[in-house]
Design a protein around this ligand. Structure first.
Ligand code: NAD
Length: 356
């Protein structure tokens, strides 16, 4: 038996998690779930969205399957996703975007992997609230040191990019590309404008690329990358990005392969792994049995591969591919004509395909 921490999350999280555990259980892969609440339900029961027992469980089991959680706005709670990634040093976010036959898309044969730095950049949480005494001090200091006038009605977020974090994620991207025999690595940046943050990112990556002469490498401004992805996405293969650009570009790539309901992900560190879909808690459709569970089911495929349960991963991925390819299901987010398939019906079809 392998024990995995299961965090259903909130919003559509419990619905897509239930669908996912059903299909994984149908594989008989020897997975046992260690259930823990985080997000909105944990605020009600424990007064915090990320209770210590969640971290303890992941520390014990080493891996977790997680549904989306809402980031409460204006409550003083920080994002539990960011907190989890920082607490467990899950420095690499990997979001494979592959188009399955039968899924509506403007393009064909999309197979892009977004590798995103997960711990620093504008998401590190160094922020100065508008009108705060701390920002007043910072404004005075910057004016004195650098002659920078920061607008009196501005708020400020700080963007740290270090050589060490860049080295870790870019080396990860090269190793990934080499191991999976991918065509090339493309690094996104904006070093021409942010010379001292993205500049570190670009220079560090260019140095590191010299250690991987067998993996073709190119660097590209992130706005140009967005243009290529919308125009000729097949020209890109593995893309590696700092935290904020990676978040945006991975949603863009999800849009190439059928939308957020089709985009799985994993967060990896040296010691722990957390598998979760790219999408959020989708409060607009929560509780309606309308969410597409495939992004979370494909996250479970990534988890099974990571746990060396490759045969089970292939069976599950094959079952997903067969129900999509046969047109047997119509997830609501595909916006196909006629009544959409419910979350439960999608799970039923995949369980049936596993059994056949
Ligand atoms: P979202 O991803 O929840 O939803 C964006 C749109 O996509 C909505 O229209 C939603 O209905 C649709 N959608 C998303 N997943 C879907 C699915 N599986 N099936 C069908 N449709 C789906 O993004 P949002 O509305 O910006 O965020 C809602 C909350 O989720 C916020 O609090 C945000 O912070 C949080 N969030 C959490 C995570 C995470 O837990 N990893 C990731 C992103 C956002």
């Amino acid at each position: 038996m392998t024990t995995v921490t299961l965090i259903p999350g909130d919003g559509i999280g419990p619905e897509v998690s239930a669908a996912t555990t059903r299909v994984v259980d149908a594989l008989d892969a020897g997975i046992e779930w260690d259930l823990h609440e985080a997000g909105l339900p944990a605020i009600e029961t424990h007064g915090t969205p990320l209770p210590q027992h969640v971290l303890d469980s992941i520390a014990k089991n080493k891996n977790a399957l997680k549904g989306p959680v809402t980031t409460p706005v204006g409550t003083g709670f920080r994002s539990i996703n960011v907190a989890l990634r920082q607490e467990l040093d899950l420095f690499a976010s990997v979001r494979p975007c592959r188009l399955f036959p039968g899924v509506p898309s403007r393009f064909a044969d999309i197979d892009i992997v977004v590798v995103r730095e997960n711990t620093e950049d504008l998401y590190e949480g160094i922020e100065f609230e508008r009108d705060s005494p701390q920002l007043k001090k910072l404004r005075g200091y910057l004016e004195y040191m650098h002659g920078f006038p920061i607008a009196r009605d501005a708020g400020v977020s700080v963007k740290p990019i270090s050589i060490s974090a860049t080295t870790a994620i870019v080396a990860f991207a090269f190793e990934f590309a080499r191991r999976h025999k991918r065509a090339k690595v493309t690094l996104g940046h904006k070093a021409n404008i942010m010379r001292f943050s993205d500049g570190v990112w670009l220079e560090t990556a260019e140095q590191l690329a010299l250690n991987y002469p067998d993996v073709p490498f190119e660097a590209m401004q992130v706005d140009e990358m967005a243009m290529w992805l919308a125009w000729l996405p097949n020209d890109l293969d593995v893309v590696v990005l700092p935290n904020l650009y990676g978040d945006i570009i991975s949603d863009l790539c999800a849009g190439l392969v059928g939308g957020l309901g089709m985009a799985p992900g994993m967060n990896l560190g040296k010691d722990y792994a957390v598998f979760e879909p790219t999408h959020g808690s989708a409060p607009d459709i929560a509780g309606k049995n309308l969410a597409n569970p495939i992004a979370m089911i494909l996250s479970a495929v990534l988890m099974l591969r990571y746990l060396d349960l490759g045969e089970h991963a292939d069976r599950l991925e094959g079952a997903v591919a067969s129900v999509l390819g046969s047109g047997a299901i119509k997830p609501a987010d595909f916006r196909a004509p006629g009544a959409p398939s419910t979350t439960t019906e999608i799970a039923d079809a995949i369980v049936e395909a596993i059994a056949s």
